[in-house]
Design a protein around this ligand. Structure first.
Ligand SMILES: [Zn+2]
Length: 145
């Protein structure tokens, strides 16, 4: 079973990578904005990569994987990432652009959160993919007996 450190590193790397790609696809000329989104992706990716074990800790025993560790949870997060996240990220980027002239800090904060929205989804899924590669695998919906 991957441990907390492995999930954190994997979530940070995956969340940061996808956030960076997303930011550069949005505006390839805004490298500074992309770096801020990368940072948001790393931070949120590493935090959300530990979310399934925070909800269902392994201290509950070898069969601790339930709904938060299920293929269904993964599908919901992927669907949310595909359907809701792009609108939210786009709105955060537009808000950031509107704030740039008034407050550089608030503008950067909105870009950080845009990366965080992407990173949180990717980080959560990275945990499920890592756990799915173990002998226990992932349940479809609930506990594996
Ligand atoms: Zn886990």
């Amino acid at each position: 079973m991957p441990n907390r450190e492995e999930h954190t590193v994997l979530g940070a790397f995956a969340g940061g990578s996808v956030s960076l790609i997303s930011a550069l696809m949005h505006d390839p000329d805004d490298l500074a904005g992309a770096m801020v989104e990368l940072l948001g992706g790393v931070v949120f990716g590493s935090v959300f990569a530990n979310a399934p074990d925070a909800i269902e800790p392994s201290t509950r025993g070898p069969n601790h994987r339930a709904l938060a560790h299920s293929a269904t949870a993964g599908a919901v997060v992927v669907a949310s990432g595909a359907k809701l996240a792009p609108e939210l990220v786009s709105s955060l980027r537009m808000r950031s652009a509107a704030l740039r002239a008034h407050s550089r800090n608030w503008a950067l904060w909105h870009r950080f959160l845009a990366g965080g929205v992407v990173g949180s989804h990717v980080g959560f899924v990275s945990h499920l993919l890592a756990d799915a590669r173990t002998d226990k695998g992932l349940p479809l919906l609930g506990k594996v007996q």
